[in-house]
Unconditional design. Structure first.
Length: 132
């Protein structure tokens, strides 16, 4: 083997999780680096990329898939309610009670995001141990 050459063996199958996938670092560095690895055939044959972001308030996909229904339903064939849509409708509504409900819904949404973040951190620490 010549000097400067490294024997390259395909890595074992693995998963790669990006926390904060919508952030600037992921867009400018991590995703292009992964693309370059894939273009150079340096990623494993069985490679899984998972992106996680805390954008629970991102309404466009939810509004598009939920079709804007404000009524609760358990049927998967009917339009269903989404919290961001409910917040928007109640916040822009004409009644003071709706405004209070919009604030309460926003609080619930933020609590869900906080709970998800804390649960994820707890699960990671349980699996990998506390940072030293």
């Amino acid at each position: 083997m010549a000097v400067g050459q490294i024997a390259q063996k395909k890595p074992d199958p693995c998963s790669f999780v990006i926390f904060g996938v919508t952030g600037d670092l992921a867009h400018r560095l991590v995703v292009p680096a992964l693309y370059n690895l894939a273009a150079g055939d340096l990623l494993p044959d069985r490679f899984c990329l998972v992106g996680v972001a805390r954008i629970a308030g991102e309404t466009a996909p939810l509004l598009f898939t939920a079709l804007g229904n404000l009524n609760f339903t358990t049927s998967v064939t009917q339009p269903m309610q989404t919290l961001p849509h409910q917040i928007y409708e109640y916040a822009t509504g004409p009644f003071e009670e709706w405004h209070r409900l919009a604030w309460a819904s926003a609080l619930v949404l933020m609590a869900l995001v906080l709970l998800l973040g804390v649960t994820a951190r707890w699960a990671i620490r349980q699996r990998h141990g506390a940072a030293r």
